[in-house]
Design a protein around this ligand. Sequence first.
Ligand code: ADP
Ligand code: ASP
Ligand code: MG
Length: 407
Amino acid sequence: MLIVQKYGGTSVGTLERIQNVANRVAKARDEGKDLVVVVSAMSGETNKLIEYAHFFSKNPIKREMDILLSSGERVTAALLSIALNEMGYKAIALTGRQAGIKTDTAHTIARIESIDTSKIQEKIQDGNIVIVAGFQGINDKGEVTTLGRGGSDLSAVALAGALKADACEIYSDVDGVYTTDPRIEPKARKLDFISYDEMLELSSLGAKVLQNRSVELAKKMGVTIVAKSSFTDAPGTIISEAKEDKMEEVLVSGVALDKNQARITLRGVEDRPGIAAEIFKKLADENINIDMIIQNASEDKDGVKKTNLGFTVAQNQLEDAKNVIQNFNQEIGSVDFDENVAKVSIVGVGMKSHSGVAATAFEALAKNNINIEMISTSEIKISMIIDEKYGELAVRVLHDAYGLDKK
Ligand code: ADP
Ligand code: ASP
Ligand code: MG
């Protein structure tokens, strides 16, 4: 039986905790399992390295960032291997490259393209516990790449898929996926099961318990994820294909908050066919993900039609977005940026077949004097941009409005 386990930053946050992980891995080994263990950097380490880079540059070169950031995971991989060997277990640490993880060229947000598992398999055959530095790979030019924040989850899922592992266990400091972040709402309830689609929405909308791209890949490759705690033996949450019979029962399964949002408003934009296409194409070329878009009805100004165009990007892509927009000086009157916004979202497959779900959310926020600045909806989610300072309050209000604390 081959198991892929992934331990996140908090789980390896101190040397004692790395020892704790070593003990857990050793126990699984004693049960006769073959193991590939993916590790994150020690908690806070990646942020610290980013801060270091920002000491020198507001927008550091992304290739160099990948060299820098990939080092955090290597430290933990090596330390865990050293600890296991000291305990008498045969273990070997591999970097992303050594583990055969091949990515595209998008530095700092690379996608995994393929995995050559031969080296891992050979090491397992030799009786090793294979420890892989998460969050990283190599592109076809031989350059180190990283997989976006939280990317060790993606490493784990991709390896589980490529190795056809019997299980993919993702360990963090919570014992599963809750109806919302239990740090924000202590009444949040742990879910025994959540479908890929709902989890994908939740994680894309800010629930960082699993990285969204890892869920996307898990769905694509049919990898069942179990989210668990590295500090307890509590049963976790299973993330897998939706159980059709359960679909209609739950209206809303969770609430997510994303504070990593920035709003860009372009005022006095020439309203002619193709202008939005040009702007968003340029942003896309720079790998900037646009989230919500609002275009107002245009107004006639001195015989020229002008409109306002608002959209949101992740805060860490704001600098890149600003650079792109500078190229449109001619076509845009003025630009303003607001980093103090947050996105609060409700997710549930049951929304598909029910009306009035949105009205409940709007009413609940209104009752608490929280103004909604932008709204976007899909079949299974409703997202709202609000003032960042009301983010946590909005989560609790919505959690309550849908009675998520009760089964
Ligand atoms: P790791 O460092 O192990 O990758 P993360 O910090 O990325 O772990 O993810 C775990 C954290 O996710 C929890 O501490 C919790 O605060 C947060 N979180 C946000 N939303 C949820 C949710 N719906 N369920 C569980 N945890 C959540
Ligand atoms: N260390 C990386 C991060 O903090 C990747 C991860 O932890 O999954 O984003
Ligand atoms: Mg994480």
